[in-house]
Ligand binder design. Sequence first.
Ligand SMILES: NC(=O)c1ccc[n+]([C@@H]2O[C@H](COP(=O)([O-])OP(=O)(O)OC[C@H]3O[C@@H](n4cnc5c(N)ncnc54)[C@H](O)[C@@H]3O)[C@@H](O)[C@H]2O)c1
Length: 308
Amino acid sequence: MITILGAGKVGMAAAVMLMMRGYDDLLLIARTPGKPQGEALDLAHAAAELGVDISIRGSNSYEDMRGSDIVLVTAGIGRKPGMTREQLLEANAQTMADLAEKIKAYAKDAIVVITTNPVDAMTYVMYKKTGFPRERVIGFSGILDSARMAYYISQKLGVSFRSVNAIVLGMHGQKMFPVPRLSSVGGVPLEHLMSKEEIDEVVSETVNAGAKITELRGYSSNYGPAAGLVLTVEAIKRDAKRIYPYSLYLQGEYGYSDIVAEVPAVIGRSGIERIIELPLTDEEKRKFDEAVEAVRKLVQALPPQLKG
Ligand SMILES: NC(=O)c1ccc[n+]([C@@H]2O[C@H](COP(=O)([O-])OP(=O)(O)OC[C@H]3O[C@@H](n4cnc5c(N)ncnc54)[C@H](O)[C@@H]3O)[C@@H](O)[C@H]2O)c1
């Protein structure tokens, strides 16, 4: 059973994509009476039209998440134009702590995937408050950040983004670190294919991609994160052992402990199986450090009761 907490724009886009890929036993949980039930009914009708034979339910009761093997956390407020992800910290941290209690009570064996922003700090709160092994507390955004980088590279070079391998590390926010040296197109290092100015442009477009969507339409992205959530569910359900970047609690990797950072990892049935440590140059390590320090600042700004 896959439970989605929060039936907002990200949660519902994920539900639609999961339905279309045939994932059975979907449960939507949200606070507003009628909202998750209505969303589930509409989606169930769409599944019937498409001939997708699955069960989709909505509920206002957290107890119904009993038996979930995956819980996707999408509850919390999103950005408005001009806001940074970091400005959502206070409101959403309390939501994470509240939801951690519910997940602990009713889905103690689930793999928890957090999308709520600022996602690195929210993953930290979820890890501390559930007390789950770190393998089962996974912050989502890295798949989206690297897909955005791949998209901008593909646009500039006129090649399919399926031939692009783009790497983004560190955090999901203004200090995210796209790594051109480790990114490649058809196996050729990016730096052989683009000028420094073009690469700088790709980096800037990647970092500002979410803000651009928010500026244009007045609210933050939802199809992008939803697609990456589906890949994450797929990797878990199929024990696919794919390598994707996630925001994960570090215990010595990259020289860091007791902090969350965006790093590549192998994901399968039991959650995160292994964190991959990429070889970074001194300059790259400095940028990675800046990203991690930005997360640390956010974590430090959390009220003490939400950190431990
Ligand atoms: N990690 C990423 O890559 C990424 C990308 C885009 C958006 N996001 C984040 O995802 C989150 C959700 O975005 P959205 O566009 O779906 O927002 P939304 O406003 O459309 O939906 C959020 C839902 O959360 C619910 N909610 C709010 N506070 C709650 C609480 N305390 N308990 C239970 N439910 C609560 C709301 O009722 C609403 O249904 C935001 O924090 C946003 O910044 C993350």
